[in-house]
Design a protein around this ligand. Structure first.
Ligand SMILES: Cc1cc2nc3c(=O)[nH]c(=O)nc-3n(C[C@H](O)[C@H](O)[C@H](O)COP(=O)(O)O)c2cc1C
Length: 201
């Protein structure tokens, strides 16, 4: 008697949405990097989407949501995505990340970084109880800032540059990957591996 073929590993994969909001590309690049690392070790299938392009959040088991930081806050579209889906996200494993410029801070300004990390997602952490939140540094260039922003930047003694710290991003993605692969089946999750609807390209 022939037996039915084993379901493919792909069919058993945990579905992870890496959703992001950014303006100049750093947040997207970090989102894509995280997704790449998550997929490398198998058992995980990722979609990387701008928050506005997510049409079926219910199709995902796990969420990694990130936003660029402007004025010590997440971009409005990222907050809207999270708040609109707060009920769902509260029942899923969620990781949050922010992309600002803590690595550009110098001297006494360096002490601001931990405060900023708490400030940008404080209320979201209360609502969602995410597994973790990280504040990464991105790219900051003069043409990104309005005149007043450039003046403030200079006054604080900051330097423009590409501050993305890929080893830190890798290490964080590894932590997420371990937690995702080790997670027990979720009673309230979508039918992982099933033919359910998917967002994304
Ligand atoms: C208008 C503006 C305001 C910003 N405000 C902050 C801020 O308050 N805190 C911070 O850490 N970074 C701030 N940044 C730096 C950006 O968050 C950083 O450059 C990040 O890499 C942007 O991500 P993106 O390339 O995905 O847009 C600001 C950048 C701009 C353009």
């Amino acid at each position: 008697m022939t037996t039915a073929p084993e379901p493919s590993r792909r069919g058993d994969a945990v579905r992870v949405l890496v959703a992001f909001a950014g303006v100049h590309g750093s947040t997207r690049s970090i989102a894509e990097h995280i997704a790449g690392r998550l997929e490398e070790r198998g058992r995980v299938r990722t979609d990387v989407l701008p928050v506005e392009a997510v049409s079926d959040p219910g199709a995902y088991d796990v969420f990694v949501v990130g936003s660029a930081v402007h004025g010590m806050a997440w971009l409005p579209e990222a907050r809207t995505f999270v708040l609109r889906n707060a009920g769902l996200l509260a029942r899923r494993d969620v990781w949050l990340f922010s992309v600002g410029m803590p690595a550009a801070l110098r001297g006494p300004w360096k002490a601001l970084a931990p405060q900023e990390s708490d400030h940008v997602v404080g209320d979201l952490i209360e609502r969602l109880s995410p597994r973790d939140h990280r504040l990464f540094s991105g790219v900051i260039a003069p043409e990104h800032l309005p005149t007043t922003g450039r003046m403030r930047f200079r006054a604080m003694g900051l330097r423009y540059g590409d501050y993305r710290d890929w080893p830190s991003v890798d290490a964080w993605a590894e932590e997420i990957g371990r937690a995702v692969r080790d997670r027990p089946p979720q009673p309230d999750g979508p039918p992982t591996g099933g033919p359910g609807p998917r967002s994304g390209p």
